[in-house]
Ligand binder design. Sequence first.
Ligand SMILES: [Zn+2]
Length: 304
Amino acid sequence: MKNKIKIFIIFILLLFNGIIFGEAPIFSGNIAYQYLTKQTNFGPRNPGSKGYENCKKWLIDFAEKNSDEVKLQNFIGKDPKSKKQIPMTNIIARFDPKNTKRIMLSAHWDTRPWADEGNYKKNEPISGANDGASGVSVLLHIMELLNMNDLNFGIDIVFWDGEDLGRPGHTYEFCQGSRYYSLHIIKPKPQEGIVIDMIGDADLKVFFEGNSMVFNLDLMIDIWDIASKLNYEKYFIKKYGPIMYDDHVPLSYIAGIPTIDIIDFKYPNENTNYWHTHNDTADKCTPKSLKIIGDILIYWLYNR
Ligand SMILES: [Zn+2]
């Protein structure tokens, strides 16, 4: 009898520790980094390119193996320079697809067709290791971990197309995939979301982002507090950084999914710029930075 009571107490303790339901898995920066180089090895992934087509097949295949349901949103986007219409695809990997209590994690999978911020080969497409592959790599590994460790709410992991197909200064030309989704929401609609973008930088410094503060202040504070709890405060700084027009803007404004943007826009720092140049390559990103982001997101997911 005593033993039965003991076993019962241990069971209850395990339950409250989340060991039985939703034990937090361990995120590996090295695995995520392999997914980053897998993408960059396809070459530039600007819409319509060979690298884009090959990477798309690989992402869809990965999502089909590692989630409950995959939805593809095919739509016609636009190249604002050539004025040509381009077929595009948002890739949506869903967990517990009927659960009405759900959240969204997303990143853009397309890369920029021009190196317009650099000083050479300005009209050629970039590798997009940080601006494209980094966010997707973290979410691919999270997808794998979610597949093995159930949660009691639904999750949509989304890879946006056409995020980076806009001319400088024409913000409305960017974020084509998230805008399309926001007008064609896959239901049930997530209650909140996180966008990750440019988070592979070896010199990772993520600041509060102004639009995120307006869209979902509580979530922004939660994430930065989790970073402090995990001893990552020197990478997640509680000070204001640049205000970004990113996929969280259509998601929050049009879809009504209050979303924050985790982005390190100074790549690598105030003095040097790899963003939208041919220097945005895999060697500028590290497994460690991917792990910091992965650890924070996993902690958030498994302690909600
Ligand atoms: Zn970009």
